[in-house]
Write a protein that binds this ligand. Structure first.
Ligand code: ZN
Length: 128
């Protein structure tokens, strides 16, 4: 018998507000096994009513560059652990570790950029 894994919004929270695409702040609306985040009670109400702004995320090359630099040590550590620099030979778990790190670092950069307005600010030197 196949078991269905149920999404648990308490464990896997939506990152963005479904209405304005700002970071979600713990408000979650579920309907028909779909889950939507919201940044505020006001936007939770908009989401519930089906409202959506047409914001589309943009990728920044500066942020990408930052994420790549921050991920270098993780890549090298995994390569040494697995004995291979060829990513597709790694276990899925190792690839998730690397890509998760890259995405987190990009989001850290984007968050810092949004708060300071600076495009080229370095958050950390990448030595950790
Ligand atoms: Zn919102």
């Amino acid at each position: 018998m196949a078991t269905r894994s149920l999404f648990n919004p308490l464990v896997s929270k939506p990152s963005l507000c479904a209405y304005c695409k700002a970071p979600a702040k713990g408000f979650v609306y579920g309907k028909d096994e779909t889950w939507f985040g919201a940044c505020s009670m006001a936007h939770l109400k908009k989401v519930r009513e089906g409202g959506r702004l047409k914001n589309v995320a943009q990728m920044s090359n500066e942020g990408l560059d930052y994420a790549i630099k921050q991920t270098k040590n993780t890549y090298l550590t995994i390569a040494k652990d697995t004995g291979s620099y060829v990513m597709h030979e790694w276990d899925r778990e190792k690839r998730e570790l690397l890509f998760g790190k890259a995405i987190r670092e990009y989001l850290n950069w984007a968050n810092e950029q949004a708060e300071t307005g600076k495009l080229e600010r370095t958050l950390r030197d990448g030595s950790d």
